[in-house]
Design a protein. Structure first.
Length: 711
């Protein structure tokens, strides 16, 4: 056993003192087990295990804080913290500290009636022996939202709103005179006028909009938007301002720009798209190719600080529900004036590349241009041409495809991560009812567009961000993507070993992503493919906007921004404006102002994604409504302690088999291995396993599908 100076054996108390000293002398450093063993010269298995147990105890006592499964640092947090309150319908509320630390449990009685997403101040409670750490809300700093959506219930003397997913502790009381004509069963949007307090636990509100009867498609889609605080109609003042914009292009404006009207140019989009914000042009230049990536010049029409701009900032993104688009800009701008429609002269901001046969960039420049698109293609048409069918401008399209394939191959060689996400789509009838559900996969046509957009975005970011040593780059909103969570990567490595795969979790960024790609290729077509892809995706961080560039891990780009979709994303508009200013010699813009805008855009992007997911869930349940009792082949797509999620193979609709239906045994949830294991018969339900299910219930109100196991 490890000896102390003088030959004395180490006991628990001595080792604890050594650990305390090590962490106190290095207050800002996180130590892994290996680093602790090395620093304290622990060289036998029993002392190492004693140290691991002691660190766990010290974390339990809040002396240390756990950084990952096998590393700790000194806990420097005070008893009072600020952060976000997360409300759960099952009462298991939690507090998420601002520094992104581990969530802490908050019981209902200690919640001060805080709502989901509220900013709160908490005090950590003294830890009771053998009890988990708890926090108590001492102050609500600000409410996340001041409106709610739900169903009205009108009684003789009063009315109240029953909210979606029970986001409030109590229903919202509404005085009869504040009902705006609403009746029982109506879906309504209600503004909260009084929050719970010590004197009254009631939440009081007033109706600001009656959406209509439950079950109507429009009503349900508007309810989803209102639930997330997203707008479902356009302010009249903004529409009016858009109507006043002159779409004409003067000769003077054309003279200021590079003229691409005589160069072959086309747009390639989904067949139902109306807002074409990007076009490609191509022409031969000796042995080289000139390819133009032309982007709608939104900032020419939408001036900073104007009424249209203010509304665009607020929205920050277009929202894509299953059956509709809620645009960031008024329809007149996004579908007509700015949209790069065929045979119409349009103003663009373009990145023009000169490429050789292998798509190496020989030179490029960024310029304001005027274009005239020769043809509007749907992805399906282009795909047929790329597969050999005759069509308009087939040579040009095939050349663009060859160049895109070179760019793509080089990107993956450079360490980009290969995740081909499938997207669930619905065909819907004129009433909005889904009649078919299917997955859309990317193909050569979609990848052609994707590669040139990536190249343009990357080039624009480099043009501002890549500067000489010692020179500070000017402010620009970047699209950043951090490296994967090391703990989750390690969990993935331990997990895939069981299937016979190897994976690197340390080394350079490129080495890790190449190892990830090799794993994706190796498991292709195997039974465990879906499972491994799901676990790998969970290790990934979310991409976001920031003026502090850390590069884009998933794309393996040192510099990356969003420049190619200003009709539907506000960050692209910001980038267009800054580029124009910098090309005119302006000084660097105020970084703090743009960082705040970046945070807002990242938040709105997340909110829009949640609304989009909810609309998919709603359509999924609606699609399965008339299929109760049907049996299907499925696979396990998610495992929780309360049940197993299953995705039907033929239509990709997902539902849950609740725990109560697994009544042949008592099942334990093995979180690390993504499975449920029966205690008696050891039957295992593993993520990715095939399973036969029967549709039991379709609850539209809760957007929930329930399955049972088919015998």
């Amino acid at each position: 056993m490890s000896k102390k100076k003088g030959g004395k054996r180490l006991n628990k108390r001595m080792l604890q003192e050594m650990l305390q000293t090590l962490f106190q002398q290095n207050p800002n450093e996180a130590f892994s087990f290996k680093q602790v063993f090395k620093a304290l010269k622990l060289d036998t298995h029993p002392t190492k295990m004693m140290a691991v147990d002691l660190m766990e105890e010290m974390a339990w006592d809040d002396f240390l804080s756990k950084v990952s499964d096998n590393s700790y640092r000194l806990n420097l947090k005070t008893q009072v913290q600020e952060g976000t309150f997360i409300r759960k319908a099952n009462g298991k509320n939690s507090f998420l500290p601002d520094d992104g630390g581990t969530p802490v449990f908050v019981s209902e009685r200690n919640s001060l009636f805080a709502m989901n997403g509220d900013r709160v101040k908490v005090a950590y409670m003294a830890r009771r022996e053998k009890h988990i750490k708890e926090a108590m809300v001492v102050e609500i700093l600000s409410h996340k939202r001041d409106q709610a959506v739900g169903k009205l219930k009108v009684e003789k003397d009063y009315a109240f709103l029953v909210t979606e997913g029970n986001i409030f502790v109590h229903d919202v009381l509404i005085p009869k005179k504040k009902l705006k004509g609403g009746k029982t069963g109506d879906k309504a949007v209600v503004k909260i006028t009084q929050w719970p307090s010590k004197d009254s636990k009631n939440i009081v509100g007033e109706v600001i909009d009656i959406l209509g009867k439950e079950g109507d498609n429009n009503v349900e889609m508007h309810a989803i938007l209102a639930q997330y605080g997203l707008p479902y109609k356009y302010p009249k003042a903004v529409e009016d301002a858009a109507e006043k914009i002159d779409p004409g292009i003067t000769e003077q404006e054309i003279k200021r720009r590079e003229d691409f009207r005589d160069v072959f140019t086309c747009t390639i989009d989904p067949k139902d798209a109306k807002d074409f914000d990007d076009a490609l042009s191509i022409r031969k230049q000796g042995k080289l190719w000139e390819v133009g990536v032309h982007i709608a010049d939104v900032s020419h029409y939408v001036k900073e600080g104007s009424v249209i701009d203010k509304e665009a900032v607020k929205r920050a993104t277009s929202v894509y529900l299953v059956d509709r688009t809620i645009p960031m800009l008024p329809e007149r701008l996004c579908n007509f004036i700015c949209s790069l429609r065929p045979d119409e002269e349009k103003l663009c901001y373009s990145v023009i590349f000169v490429l050789d046969e292998e798509a190496n960039v020989k030179n490029y420049h960024i310029a304001h241009t005027v274009i005239k698109s020769n043809r509007r293609y749907a992805y399906e048409e282009v795909q047929e041409i790329l597969m050999g069918k005759d069509g308009d401008y087939a040579t040009e399209l095939r050349t663009l495809d060859q160049l895109a394939k070179c760019l793509r191959e080089r990107r993956f060689k450079g360490g980009a991560v290969k995740f081909d996400r499938e997207e669930l789509h619905f065909d819907i009838d004129e009433k909005g009812k889904p009649i078919r559900a299917y997955f859309k996969k990317s193909n050569d046509a979609t990848q052609l567009i994707e590669e040139f957009m990536l190249l343009a975005n990357r080039t624009v970011a480099e043009s501002v961000g890549r500067v000489k040593k010692g020179v500070k780059a000017k402010t620009l909103p970047y699209r950043i993507h951090d490296q994967p969570d090391p703990t989750k990567l390690e969990t993935l490595r331990e997990f895939v070993v069981k299937f016979g795969y190897k994976m690197k979790t340390s080394g350079t960024k490129g080495a890790i992503s190449k190892s990830l790609n090799a794993l994706m290729d190796d498991c292709q077509g195997k039974k465990e493919q879906k499972l491994i892809e799901t676990v790998a995706l969970r290790a990934m961080m979310k991409a976001k906007y920031s003026t502090h560039n850390i590069g884009h891990y998933g794309l393996a780009f040192e510099y990356y921004t969003h420049f190619t979709s200003p009709i539907r994303r506000y960050p692209d508009t910001m980038v267009h404006r800054l580029l124009t200013k910098y090309q005119d010699g302006a000084r660097s813009a105020n970084q703090q102002k743009y960082e705040e805008l970046c945070e807002h855009c990242s938040d709105m992007e997340q909110t829009a994604q949640m609304a989009e997911r909810d609309s998919i869930k709603y359509k999924m349940v609606e699609f399965m409504e008339d299929k109760i009792g049907n049996e299907y082949d499925a696979h396990i797509s998610g495992i929780q302690s309360y049940g197993i999620y299953c995705e039907i193979d033929e239509n990709h609709c997902e539902g849950m088999v609740p725990m109560r239906d697994l009544d042949d045994d008592y099942y334990d949830f093995d979180e690390r291995n993504y499975c449920l294991v029966g205690r008696r018969h050891h039957h295992k339900y593993q993520l990715g396993d095939p399973i036969r299910i029967k549709v039991a219930r379709a609850n539209l109100e809760k957007r929930q599908l329930d399955f049972t196991l088919a015998d």
